[in-house]
Write a protein that binds this ligand. Structure first.
Ligand SMILES: C[S@@+](CC[C@H](N)C(=O)[O-])C[C@H]1O[C@@H](n2cnc3c(N)ncnc32)[C@H](O)[C@@H]1O
Ligand code: SF4
Length: 389
């Protein structure tokens, strides 16, 4: 069955972390949140014909720091969608990203009334020295308080950890993992820090071999505590996988609203991706222009990509292999055709020979070595137009 989700980008932060490349602003450097909310509601109106109204399987407030906003703004966005016929119910997964020390009782109760049922906390590390170094605004104790607060409401929550930080040792990482086991969240996302060479945080980081060792420790300790690695950087207790992220990896449509948000529609034969500008100035300008568009194909050419066959095949291979369940050849035949699925199969076989993929009963999946070297796999499974001639 086709599924559908909506993503709202909330670009407000208390301060900018040194490693962050998301389109976000320190809150005094951007328009007031009520004005941003109005822009998002106008965007919704302007683009409502891009997607047929339907019940939502997932809704996601990401950022930025959605938990910085007055929760009534979050509520207004949910109500805006509802008015257009994008309804939600108890089965809709509604996630909000929460930064430590930004949550309180009033916010929490408004979230719960609004139907929010999943909370994703940016813990990153429980080492106060590291938190300061990367310019995080909270202490480890404040993260613990936020996690205890969420636990007291018995809600579904996840937390993000960053590893391979400058100067971080294996013992430091193991201390962070102890907090996972202390709070026992149903879902954890450990991300290896990624920064460009010119970023000050690129100095003094663990070597690549050490990063691989760190990832091994993470995988082994999380799996021994009942978590399943269902995607390269995502681990969940059974039944607690992020349904929203799965939309992205399983070729489903989604609508992204707000600054820098990306969307994917299947209105064209191989799908169309479209996106909003990254600068708040350009985003405001776009909304104020008030273009009455009926299809993403009418957007400025720099804001959409109507996928061709080879691009859709590349996306399909990359997103399905990110999931540990892997790629299904019968779905590849269904989406493309037998001849094209055979091209995918032949490239996957090459990766099997290198030990990076393994054959499953319905297709291929990453091996543990393939998880670490997934970039190599993705490179091999990148198709050019001429590859399909
Ligand atoms: C949308 S971001 C921000 C969430 C939230 N504002 C926070 O910082 O706690 C979601 C996650 O991406 C991860 N992330 C952000 N920048 C990263 C980077 N440069 N390398 C690896 N992971 C990163 C962090 O773990 C973060 O929690
Ligand atoms: S709080 Fe999150 S979104 Fe904001 S700057 Fe830091 S990492 Fe980026």
């Amino acid at each position: 069955m086709d599924r559908f989700g909506v993503y709202f980008h909330i670009p407000y932060c208390l301060q900018r972390c040194l490693y962050c490349d998301f389109a976000t602003y320190e809150q005094s450097q951007i328009l007031p949140a009520e004005d941003y909310t109005s822009l998002v509601l106008r965007e919704m109106e302007q683009r409502k014909s891009f997607f047929t109204p339907r019940p939502l399987q997932t809704l996601y407030f990401g950022g930025g720091t959605p938990s910085l906003l007055d929760p009534d703004h979050i509520l207004q966005m949910i109500q805006g969608l509802e008015k257009l016929g994008f309804s939600h119910g108890p089965d809709t997964e509604i996630t909000i990203e929460i930064n430590p020390a930004t949550l309180n009782k009033r916010k929490m109760e408004t979230y719960l009334k609004a139907g929010i049922n999943r909370f994703s906390v940016g813990a990153q590390t429980f080492d106060n020295t590291q938190l300061k170094k990367v310019n995080r605004e909270h202490s480890a104790q404040q993260t613990e308080d936020t996690l205890s607060f969420l636990k007291s409401y018995q809600v579904n929550y996840s937390f993000d950890l960053l590893f391979a930080l400058p100067g971080q040792s294996l013992d430091g990482l193991k201390r962070d993992l102890e907090f996972v086991f202390k709070y026992d969240p149903p879902h954890v996302s450990p991300y290896c820090l990624t920064v460009p060479r010119e970023n000050p945080l690129s100095a003094g980081r663990p070597s690549e071999d050490h990063q691989v060792e760190m990832f091994d420790v993470i995988t082994q300790s999380l799996t021994s505590h009942g978590y399943t690695q269902y995607e390269i950087s995502n681990f969940a207790k059974p039944g607690f996988e992020s349904r929203h992220n799965k939309l992205y990896w399983e070729d489903q449509e989604w609508w992204g609203l707000g600054l820098s948000s990306h969307s994917y529609s299947k209105a064209t034969p191989y799908g169309i991706r479209f996106w909003n500008p990254r600068s708040i100035h350009d985003y405001e300008k776009q909304i104020h222009q008030g273009l009455d568009l009926s299809s993403p194909l009418e957007l400025p050419v720099s804001q959409f990509e109507n996928l061709e066959r080879h691009q859709a095949m590349t996306d399909y291979c990359h997103t399905s292999l990110r999931q540990l369940e892997g790629l299904s050849l019968s779905s590849a035949i269904q989406k493309f055709n037998s001849a094209l699925a055979l091209k995918i199969q032949n490239r996957c076989q090459k990766m099997v020979a290198k030990g990076l993929l393994e054959k499953t009963s319905y297709g291929f999946a990453l091996t543990s070595e393939g998880i670490v070297l997934s970039n190599q796999v993705f490179l091999e499974l990148t198709f050019l137009e001429e590859d399909l001639l």
